[in-house]
Design a protein around this ligand. Structure first.
Ligand SMILES: [Mn+2]
Length: 342
């Protein structure tokens, strides 16, 4: 079961790749399981169908321990994108991201031949003659690639199936948020093809002590304003931790929206989570960061970044106050009392 467009787009994509071509697959910085599995799936498709080995690259780091174990166990080779010369490639494909959202070190649209994504469509029209398959309704980008592989009748290896299953599972929180029927179909098909031992090793990954310090910082700093919760981790060693703590704190009773902050490499990192059905997280974060930074996201999950923030505690605290005040303005909560979570 796959949508017709999966057959059309995958046929078109494969027909453009000649046996001697060099193909690069990039995704967003600090890749998550969906980005990694999507890149790996596209690379597998091109290799199986056209016999062409591709290179996968991105910027940033893989911070979250589960994701590092995923890369190790599945053996996904990811290169640093800034060490590569774009001119060396005949095709540059982007998955699980689009140019111009601020979360990729690869900025300009001109560089891309293929864009496959499930984030909301950017306003600016894509360049002519590129393959542009963006499905904002899909819960995971890996689901789109799963359909390509099905449409091309390609048998999945256990490792690929495991990576894609884990991607859909973590991106949709086990089909709990942001999913459509194709995600569910892919999830069930992939489950039966997956290696449970690897899934267990990923989910039960050992974590460093500093991981628990992040929980402590998140809990100690958390403040609520009606049903909004804000926390600030200040200095962090990888940006994924902000989103992880935001997911964790969204479980607070009476809280419907969480804004998490962290700071790394002159950049403030924001993560927004909501389970309120009347809110579109991506829109809230774009309003919040208007004139300050870049933002993007879906209905329930969104993120953003503000560059060029000084590394002093005062600068970060000042920015936090500014963001809280903007957020309370957006929800007309100006007169709401601030309460510590603990
Ligand atoms: Mn994704």
């Amino acid at each position: 079961m796959y949508e017709n467009r999966s057959l059309e787009y995958s046929n078109e994509l494969l027909s453009r790749i000649a046996p001697e071509d060099r193909v690069l697959i990039v995704t967003h910085d600090n890749p998550d399981p969906d980005a990694l599995a999507s890149a790996y799936a596209l690379s597998y498709l091109i290799e199986m169908a056209r016999g062409v080995k591709t290179i996968i690259a991105c910027g940033g780091v893989v911070g979250r321990r589960e994701n590092r174990i995923l890369i190790d166990k599945i053996e996904i080779h990811v290169e640093q994108v800034d060490l590569l010369e774009m001119a060396d490639f005949d095709h540059v494909c982007m998955v699980d991201a689009q140019p111009g959202t601020g979360n990729s070190s690869m900025a300009s649209e001109r560089d891309f031949n293929v864009i496959i994504d499930h984030h909301p469509i950017r306003n600016d029209a894509p360049a002519a003659n590129i393959i542009y398959d963006v499905r904002p309704e899909y819960g995971a980008c890996a689901t789109i690639l799963f359909e390509y592989l099905q449409a091309q009748n390609i048998r999945l290896s256990t490792r690929l199936a495991t990576a894609m299953f884990y991607a859909i599972r973590s991106e949709t929180q086990d089909l709990g948020r942001e999913w459509v029927a194709p995600d569910r179909h892919a999830y069930l098909e992939l489950l039966s093809l997956s290696n449970n031992r690897i899934l267990f090793d990923i989910a039960q990954a050992k974590v460093p002590r500093s991981y628990f310090a992040s929980f402590d910082k998140a809990l100690q700093s958390a403040r609520t304003y009606n049903d909004i919760l804000v926390f600030n981790l200040f200095d962090i060693d990888h940006s994924d931790i902000v989103a992880e703590m935001a997911d964790f704190l969204l479980r607070t009773e009476g809280v419907g929206l969480v804004l998490g902050l962290g700071y790394i490499g002159n950049e403030e990192v924001l993560s927004l989570r909501t389970d309120r059905e009347d809110i579109f997280a991506g829109r809230v974060v774009r309003r919040l960061l208007e004139g300050l930074g870049t933002a993007g996201g879906h209905g329930m999950i969104a993120g953003g970044q503000i560059k060029g923030i000084s590394d002093t505690r005062e600068a970060q605290e000042e920015l936090e106050r500014k963001l809280i005040s903007r957020l309370l303005d957006i929800f007309e909560y100006q007169d709401v009392e601030e309460q510590a979570l603990l």
